[in-house]
Every structure is written in C-alpha cells, then in structure tokens.
Design a protein around this ligand. Sequence first.
Ligand SMILES: [Zn+2]
Length: 382
Amino acid sequence: MFWGGSFKVLKIKGITISIDLSWLIIFGLFVFLLAQTYFPNPQVAPGHTIGTYWLFATITTLLFFASVVVHELSHALVARRRGIPISQITLFIFGGVAQMEDEPRTPGDEFTMAIAGPLASIGVAILFYGITQLALPIGSRILIAMFVYLAFINAVLAVFNLLPGFPMDGGRVFRSLLWKVMGDMRRATLVASLTGQVFGWGLIVLGIGSLFLPALRGYGSIWFALIGWFLISAARSSYQQVVLRETLQRVPIREVMSPDVQAVPPDITLERLVAEYFLRESPSTLPVERDGALAGVISVEDVRAIPRERWPAMLVVEVMKPLEEEQVLSINNDAWDATNRMAQSRSDRVLVAENRHVEGIVTRGSIMRWLQTHTRLAPGEA
Ligand SMILES: [Zn+2]
C-alpha cells in the first residue's frame, strides 16, 4: 500500500486480507532475528539444532502474523456492526490497515472501532501468556519461549497502536474524545493531527538524539525516528483527507459535472464511432444509449482491443461493456460521492444519470479543476 504492490492471501467474512510487499521484509527479518538471536540465547532456549530454531522462528512469526490479522479484523467487524463497510485489510510494514469505505459518523462509533484493535491485541497477549503457564509443567523451554515472545509482541502491538498519533488507533481514540467535547469533527481532526505531528517530531528528536547525545542514550533508537516520520506524514495526509471530504460533500454533483456528454447509439460501427465521437471530442469513455435509456459504456481501450480491419463491420453494441451500478451516480449525489466511486472502481470518471438517461459525466480532472478555482477564490473554504 505504501510502496505499491500487495497481494491477496485470504478472505474472512467477506473481508479480503492482503499483504503489502513491505510486510515480506518484516517477515524475513523477524524469522531471522528470532532464529539467530532470540531462541539460541542462553537465557531462552539453548542447545537445539539450527533447524529447530528456524522452525520455531517461522511458527512464531506466522502466529504473530495471525495476531495482527485478529487485531485488524476486530476493527473491521466492529466497524461493520456500526454500519461502516470494510472490504479490505492490508498488512504492511508497521502492522495493518483496515480500509474503511467511509469515516465514522459519531464520536462513539469512532471510539469503539478504534479501541477494538488494541483491546483484541491485549486479549491475545493474555491468551498467549495463559498458554505459557499451561506449558510450564510440560517443561519444553523452546515452546514456552515461543509463547512468552508472542505474549510480549502482542502487548507491544497494543501499546504501539495506542500511540496518540492520528490516524493510529490511539490518535483515533483521542480524536473521538475531542470530537465529543468540541462537537466538530474537522476541528477535532486538526487538533488530533497536530498532536500526532508534535508527537512524531518528539520521536524523531529522541531517535536521532539517542545516537549522538549521551544523556538520551538508551532512551530511544533509530526506529523511533522512522516511526516518528511515519506518524507525521500519516497525520498530515489524514487531516487533508478530512478537509477534502468536508469541502466536496458540500458541492452538488452538477457543479463538477460536464453536461455535454454525447451518448452513442448502439448500432453504429466502430469506424463511425471513432471518426464521429472519439476523434472529434477525444473523450476516453462514452455512454451508450438505446431509445434514450442508458445501455452500457464504451471506451477507447475497448475499441483498441479490436483489430482495425474489423472496425467497419463491428457494432458498438458488440463491444460495449455492460453498465455496472458503480459507474453511475444520481444527480442528488455530491462531489465526494463521485470521488469515492472513482476510487472504488479504480476509474477516473463516473456517469451521472437520472431514470437511465445520461445527465453528464464527472472526471477526476473536473473535480481537480473545481478545487483549484474555488480554493483560489475562497482560500478559507478549503
Ligand atoms: Zn489498530
């Protein structure tokens, strides 16, 4: 998610869990450190073969991975119960992110959703600690060491996520309390975001300071600086996101839509389509209307996929894509709905239709242009 690639691993209760490629680095690092430094330590479980250490290191890392999934799933399931759909969880370098399709609507919703993850991690930590107690009479030191480690790492996960930097869980808990007190989500987000940035700078100072200043040595590490930098950029972009949403939610879709979108009849040839519509107007996608009713969409890419010599004989209706719900909004929607819809369908345009008749088209570019003009005219507004 942050460095680009991610791949899907499993689906639980309709929620897709994907792994960001950065996670693989952490996975490898964990297995390596556990196998090389933790398990063989004389205080932990000395006297086993290298193969045993690597095996236990791998199992421990997989169970840690499962613990992160439990953490994120508890956010997702609580969110869903509160009416905020979550379709995807991505595990990345610092843990996981449950992608909400909408922001929480009340401070109470946000508080419960945010606290659910750390509480789950504390629960898992207690569970693993309980298992160590059960495993004590069996006396296998390496097995006990594994569960001790898992209890510890889940406690760390809970504490790390409770750091007060928005949009971390702790920052969200903090924002929900501010929101409750101030009664204004945007101002609460601003304060939570600024607090998160101050906190992030504190971590950076501590992390870098611990390298150079004897007084700070032992109180931080270079990891602090990295986490601090991550918190600052996350806090900044989530505030911008909130401002953008608040601004666009007040903009009726009519204001960002271009009304003169020409609908294509389904029974013309591709050759005519290219000459009379695509070349003249240069849009990349066009709606197809039959007797005034929306029937599908056709894009330049759809046409390009057909060999040129077949264009004179092939009809639009044979190539067009069926219309999916996600490609069409109603005239009552707002500019934020359009932005969301484009993000969900990974497209850069969305049609606006009323009673299956095309009213216009909204593109990413038209929203950007709206923002540029209006933020210049009214700087305080966005
Ligand atoms: Zn969390």
